[in-house]
Design a protein around this ligand. Structure first.
Ligand SMILES: [Zn+2]
Ligand SMILES: [Zn+2]
Length: 272
C-alpha cells in the first residue's frame, strides 16, 4: 500500500488551478497509489493578518468532502489541512482546527514570527552563525507546537535547511550540531503521539535529500519514534506521489516497518 499524505489542491494559494480534489484522487489512482491526504495551506499568520491569497476553509472543506464521497470505498482519502505558524496565533489556530473534523492535520513552520518565509530568506549571503540561529529557533518553535492538541504529524521539520541547500549553502551548515536539539523535538513528538513526516520534495529537484534526511530518521527511532508519514508536498497533479517508492525504501532501510495513514485523526498502520 502506498500513500502520499502531503498534497496541495487548487484551494491552496500556491496550488495548481486544475488540481481539484477529485482530479487529484484520479491522478493518484492512475499512478497506482492506494490513498492520499489533501493538506491545503492554512497559514494562520496569513489568515489573521490578511495578506496574500487566503484559504477559504469552507470551500476547501466542501471540496474535499465531495471527493471523499465520490471515492468512498474505492480509494483511501483523508481530508486534511497543513496548519502553519500555529504559535503565532494559537487562538485563531484553535478555532480554525476545530471548525471541521479534519482526518489529518499536519503542523508546519514556514517562517518565524516577524520574519519572511524561509523560502524567501537570503541564505546565500547569510553568516553561518546566523543560519544556525535561525535553524535553532525553528526547532524551538516546532517543539512548542507539539503541545497544540489535534496535530497528527509534523511536516518537513528541516524546512529552513531545504532553502540553505537550494541557495548552495548546504555544505556550510553542519546539521550534526543540532542533533541534541532535534532529539528533544523527537522525544516531545513521541510523548504527544505526533508522527514524523518524510517529505520527498527535494528528490524531484535532483537533490539526494529528504526532509528530514536519513540520519534523523535513525535518531527519531532511537528516541522511540515509530509513527512516520510520507508526503510529496505536491502542488500539481504531476507531482502527486513523486518519489514515494524511494521514500518507503529509505524508511525501510532506517528500520521502519509501517507507515501511518490517518482517518479521523487516528493513525492506521500499513506495512512498508
Ligand atoms: Zn509546508
Ligand atoms: Zn505543504
Amino acid at each position: 500500500m502506498r500513500f502520499d499524505t502531503h498534497t496541495h489542491s487548487c484551494f491552496s494559494f500556491d496550488g495548481a488551478p486544475n488540481a481539484t480534489p477529485e482530479a487529484m484522487c484520479r491522478a493518484a489512482m492512475e499512478k497506482g497509489l492506494d490513498g492520499i491526504a489533501i493538506t491545503d495551506h492554512m497559514d494562520i499568520n496569513r489568515q489573521v493578518e490578511g495578506w496574500g491569497i487566503l484559504l477559504d476553509p469552507d470551500a476547501q472543506w466542501k471540496g474535499i468532502s465531495e471527493a471523499n464521497q465520490i471515492f468512498d470505498g474505492q480509494f483511501h482519502f483523508s481530508r486534511g489541512i497543513e496548519l502553519g505558524q500555529i504559535l503565532q496565533y494559537p487562538q485563531a489556530a484553535r478555532e480554525a482546527l476545530d471548525r471541521y473534523d479534519y482526518d489529518f492535520v499536519l503542523g508546519s513552520l514556514h517562517n518565524l514570527a516577524g520574519a519572511p518565509d524561509f523560502s524567501k530568506t537570503n541564505f546565500a549571503e547569510m553568516s553561518v552563525p546566523m543560519m544556525h540561529g535561525l535553524f535553532e529557533r525553528s526547532i524551538d518553535d516546532l517543539i512548542g507546537m507539539c503541545s497544540f492538541s489535534g496535530l497528527c504529524a509534523l511536516a518537513h521539520i528541516t524546512y529552513p535547511y531545504r532553502y540553505m541547500v537550494y541557495s548552495g549553502r548546504g555544505e556550510d551548515f553542519d546539521m550534526t550540531l543540532h542533533y541534541d536539539h532535534l532529539r528533544q523535538l523527537f522525544r516531545t513528538m513521541v510523548e504527544h503521539g505526533i508522527a514524523l513526516e518524510l517529505n520527498t520534495s527535494p528528490l524531484r529537484r535532483g537533490y539526494d535529500l529528504t526532509l528530514p534526511d536519513r540520519d534523523l530518521f535513525a535518531i527519531y527511532r532511537e528516541c522511540g519514534g515509530e509513527l512516520v508519514t510520507v508526503g510529496s508536498d505536491a502542488h500539481t497533479l504531476d507531482d502527486i506521489g513523486a518519489n514515494i517508492e524511494d521514500a518507503y525504501e529509505r524508511l525501510h532501510v532506517a528500520g521502519f516497518r509501517y507507515v501511518a495513514y490517518y482517518k479521523e485523526k487516528k493513525p492506521r498502520l500499513f506495512p512498508i
